[in-house]
Structures are given as structure tokens and as C-alpha cells.
Design a protein around this ligand. Structure first.
Ligand SMILES: [Zn+2]
Length: 322
């Protein structure tokens, strides 16, 4: 599973960072999913390996501009490129209205593909396709905001070779039939189904991608069985103390305290306030300060997102920067 950050700045862009967007894909697949779409995301995409034609679905965490102003432009460009595949946007209330009005005001009336919306702010929200099963988890922010939990579809277990040998199923075409999901009948009339012939399915990888939130502990339940949490860490504690809680964002310490409690193996922090730089004469405004704060409370793996940074969650559940 690959997570590629297309924007990692809170609120407004900086010379180094664009506003929030993340591309999620399964390994080297050309099909991908977009989570949040800040202004300029389509331009970021041009410098990534992903294309609008490979985009399967868009998930928006909340209605704030730094997470969705990029939608009308991205959808218009997909139209100009002649996309025919239907496009679904999963989002809370307000996003559909913004997109449809923007397109209407810009006289985009004849999209060559079907554009549909699924409300994520309803009790029975559930999304499933052949790649992911997605649930939405309500967060605490100034407007309704959600984290999406992406669970990869389980991988079919491999053939149970020992069992097949003990049943006397000869290697060859019969194994191929079982592998393809078919049942077979042995010479003695015994039926062996594909399910009987396989080891247990392998659980898929799980990534949680959060929106803006000042209560990361709301994700404790969702983090059970998950491999990586992507969460905003807009501030460090000392800056948060000066700014105040009114913007309803998290600090690195708040996120990693919840992650430590949940026992999740890795966290990628993102959505940093524009004051934080890789290098700054004032040490409290460096990415190192965010990292140090996170590592002071969390024993797991801490990563700090940067634009175009790509992390791979391997099938053995290790998270590597690639
Ligand atoms: Zn934001």
C-alpha cells in the first residue's frame, strides 16, 4: 500500500508545501484514491506518478477550503482529458453543493462522465470496492470532519499443499482449478472445494487517514488492528499554548499520545502550520521540534510527511519511505 503526500501544509500553502491532499494506491497499481483535494492538487499530481484517468474515487474529510478547493479544477481537467469512467466523491455535507455550484458558475454543464457523491456524514456510511473497504470516523473540528479507515480486501490464502497431498490430489491442472476458485471431484467421488483447499485468508493492510481534529483519542477504536495512522499535527505544544485551542487542531504530542495508547505501529504526521520549516533560525519552528515532541511520548515509528514524500506499507506491515 502506497501513501504519497501531495500537500502537507495547514490552512494555506508555503513555498515548500501545498495544502492537504494524499494519493493512496495499492503498491504499483495505476489505480489510486485521493484523500482531500486542497487548491492546486491537480498541479501537484502532474509531478507524481498518478493520472486523473487512474483516479478511482475521492474522499474528502471536511468542507474547509484547504481540503477541497481543488475539486472543481481537478474535475474540470478530468473532463477536458475526456474521462469517461464515472467518478465518485465521498464527502460530508456541503462538498457536493460547493462542487456543483462551482462547475455551474464556470459553465461546465456537460461532464463526459457521471459525477456522484456519497455522504460520509450519515450513520450507515460504508464504501467497498474490489480494493478497499472504507469506514468513516467522526472527529472533532470546527465543522463536521471525518477520518477514513482504508482496509485492504483480504488476500486469498495460498493452497494448503499438505492437505492436498494427504487427499491425494495430484499436482497439475487440478491444483490450477482449485487456485482459480473452482471445486474438483476426485476419482473416488470426493468433492474438494476451493475453500477446503486453501489456507486462511490473509488480512489486508489498514491505513487510517484523518482530517483536522483536536481529539485524536476519538480514533482509539478505529486504530485497533490498523497499521498506520496519518494525522494532522498542526502545532507543537509550546506553540499551541500561545495560539490557543480555538482552531481545534492537534499537536504532535496529542496525536502520538493517542497512538501510543492504541498501540498502533506507525504514525505519519502532516498538515503542519506554515511556521514550521525544515530549517529555521528559531529551533521551536523546525520539523525536528515536531519529531522530538512526537518521539517523547510514542515508542512506534514516527514519520513527518512532506510534499511528494511516498511511504510504502509492505505486506509484512513495515512502513518504508520510498
Ligand atoms: Zn486543514
Amino acid at each position: 500500500m502506497r501513501l504519497t503526500f501531495l500537500g502537507t501544509s495547514a490552512g494555506s500553502p508555503t513555498p515548500e508545501r501545498n495544502v492537504t491532499a494524499l494519493a493512496l494506491a495499492l503498491d504499483e497499481s495505476r489505480n489510486w484514491y485521493l484523500v482531500d483535494c486542497g487548491e492546486g492538487t491537480q498541479h501537484r499530481l502532474l509531478k507524481s506518478c498518478y493520472t486523473l484517468s487512474g483516479l478511482k474515487c475521492i474522499f474528502i474529510t471536511h468542507v474547509h477550503g484547504d481540503h477541497m478547493y481543488g475539486l472543481p479544477g481537478l474535475i474540470s481537467s478530468a473532463s477536458m482529458q475526456g474521462r469517461k469512467e464515472p467518478l465518485t466523491v465521498v464527502a460530508p455535507e456541503g462538498v457536493e453543493s460547493f462542487v456543483r455550484h462551482s462547475l455551474e458558475c464556470a459553465a461546465v454543464t456537460d461532464l463526459p462522465f457521471e459525477l456522484s457523491f456519497i455522504a460520509s456524514d450519515c450513520d450507515d456510511f460504508y464504501f467497498k470496492d474490489d480494493v478497499f473497504e472504507v469506514t468513516a470516523h467522526e472527529l472533532s473540528h470546527r465543522v463536521p470532519c471525518f477520518a477514513y479507515r482504508f482496509q485492504e480486501a483480504p488476500k486469498k490464502g495460498p493452497l494448503n499443499q499438505e492437505k492436498l497431498q494427504s487427499l491425494g490430489v495430484p499436482k497439475g491442472p487440478l491444483w490450477g482449478k482449485l487456485q482459480a476458485g473452482n471445486s474438483i471431484i476426485l476419482d473416488d467421488g470426493q468433492v474438494v472445494s476451493a475453500e477446503d483447499a486453501r489456507l486462511a485468508d490473509e488480512k489486508g493492510r489498514v491505513a487510517i487517514i484523518g482530517g483536522d481534529n483536536d481529539k485524536p483519542e476519538l480514533l482509539l477504536e478505529a486504530m485497533k488492528g490498523a497499521d498506520v495512522l496519518v494525522h494532522e499535527a498542526t502545532f507543537t505544544e509550546p506553540v499551541f499554548a500561545k495560539v490557543g485551542p480555538q482552531y481545534m487542531h492537534s499537536t504532535a504530542e496529542m496525536v502520538t499520545t493517542a497512538a501510543e495508547k492504541a498501540g498502533i505501529a506507525s504514525v505519519i504526521l502532516t498538515h503542519f502550520s506554515g511556521r514550521y520549516r525544515r530549517e529555521s533560525p528559531n529551533e521551536q519552528f523546525t520539523l525536528a521540534a515536531l519529531r522530538a515532541e512526537a518521539e517523547s511520548v510514542y515508542k512506534g515509528q514516527v514519520e513527518l510527511a512532506e510534499d511528494f514524500g511516498c511511504w510504502e506499507l509492505t505486506s509484512d506491515r513495515t512502513l518504508n519511505r520510498i
